[in-house]
Design a protein around this ligand. Structure first.
Ligand SMILES: [Ca+2]
Ligand SMILES: [Ca+2]
Ligand SMILES: [Ca+2]
Ligand SMILES: [Ca+2]
Length: 398
């Protein structure tokens, strides 16, 4: 009978069910879930279901109810009225029509091969238990369903989103893997790594700063930075600023102010261009330029940061310059360019929370301004190191 029965009731055939599960039902339909009156109209002998296609972790095993006594169901009366030669089968509730029932009051259907009516399905034995729907309101959820990454246990095995992973391409173009966690796919990473070298994340921005760019424009700069890379690097810094104020100061043997404190990047870049065009000769008066900058700070509670670039040396009282900055709560970063700088003096000039950087050639200027930008603009961030591990970096907001 089995095949006829399935043609009449395609909903329960393989087009709806996974092939695996459908084959199990075919075998179960073949003989077992029927019985002849006047015996008790239940599957007292469900027979050997072909459950070998399932593994224990694919399907739920539920203790079989005592099918020999269906309890106070109406079917008993029906059975008595029908007489001794009629066969029945029991159909259990399947509200979501996915073909897998739940335990509930069975409906008795006359005829050993009769299909179950809409919203009902046969119980199918599995091992010592039964295949049951763990959510009878979701047709996509039942034993044998395929697991999707959605925080739902589709295949009713008690585990959610188990064993789901995808091959993918990492942000740096390598072949990697993504896994399903809490209903979402994880970032694509190469096995054994957490990230792609150089990648940044978890950036916590600093509050706004007041920056003064104090830039050497003495005669020697035309040979140590002939392509004016310093102005280009400061321009990039300005373009990255967010609510910070900026001010441009150039100096040779005396300081020159370009414009005023502003967060208007277009104006700042115009002032910077003026400083660049003003390329002049003369010496390098570092301390005069710094004292000049200190006096320009507005009376604000914002962080004050001076970024000085020089390629020359000067004779001055480094400690006095540094203490004057610290008294005003000004932080000093210094970039020394080329072999003529007096590194010892510059190191003594930076404040405790500032830093000194050496640029051997003008091309190094970009990276150094970029470092200072990161330090002063991000309170903390994670960067992916060469081994593909996240390393937390601390910025210098405070
Ligand atoms: Ca169901
Ligand atoms: Ca279901
Ligand atoms: Ca599952
Ligand atoms: Ca799932």
């Amino acid at each position: 009978m089995g095949s006829d029965s399935h043609q009449k009731n395609p909903k329960r055939a393989a087009t709806v069910w996974p092939l695996l599960f459908a084959s199990l039902l075919v075998n179960a339909c073949g003989s077992p879930a029927t019985t002849a009156a006047p015996d008790i109209p239940v599957a007292t002998d469900p027979g050997p279901a072909d459950a070998s296609d399932f593994t224990d972790d694919q399907v739920p095993v539920t203790d079989a109810p005592d099918l020999s006594d269906p309890g106070g169901m109406e079917g008993t009366d029906l059975l008595d009225a029908a007489g001794p030669d009629v066969e029945y089968r029991e159909c259990y509730p399947d509200e979501d029509h996915d073909g897998v029932p739940v335990l509930g009051e069975p409906l008795l259907v006359e005829g050993a091969d009769s299909p179950c009516p809409e919203g009902h399905a046969l119980l199918v034995p599995f091992g010592t238990g039964l295949l049951l729907d763990c959510d009878d309101h979701q047709p996509a959820v039942h034993p044998g369903a395929s697991e999707k990454c959605n925080d739902i246990d589709e295949n009713c095995n008690g585990d959610t989103d188990e064993g789901l992973s995808n091959s993918c391409i990492t942000v740096c173009g390598d072949h990697g893997e993504s896994h399903c966690e809490h209903g979402d796919w994880t970032e694509c990473v190469m096995p054994g790594t957490e990230c792609c070298p150089g990648e940044l994340k978890d950036i916590i921005p600093c509050p706004p700063f007041d920056f003064i760019f104090v830039t050497d424009n003495s005669g020697s700069m035309s040979s140590s930075d002939p392509e004016d890379i310093r102005f280009e690097a400061i321009g990039l810094f300005i373009e990255g600023m967010d609510n910070d104020l900026g001010l441009i100061v150039g100096f040779d043997d005396s300081p020159w102010l370009y414009g005023y404190f502003t967060d208007d990047k277009t104006k700042l870049l115009t002032f910077l261009e003026q400083a660049k065009q003003d390329g002049s000769g003369g010496g390098t008066d570092i301390d005069e330029a710094l004292y000049f900058a200190y006096d320009l700070y507005l009376d604000s509670n914002r962080k004050k940061v001076v970024i000085l670039l020089t390629d020359g040396k000067d004779s001055y009282d480094e400690e006095a310059v540094r203490l004057a900055a610290e008294a005003q709560d000004i932080r000093i970063y210094i970039l020394g360019l080329g072999s003529s700088v007096d590194e010892e003096a510059l190191l003594k000039t930076v404040t405790g929370d500032g830093e000194y950087f050496f640029a051997e050639v003008a091309d190094d200027i970009f990276q150094i301004y970029d470092n200072i930008f990161s330090i002063t603009n991000y309170q903390s961030w994670k960067v992916c190191d060469d081994e593909g591990k996240w390393v937390k970096m601390l910025g210098a907001c405070d």
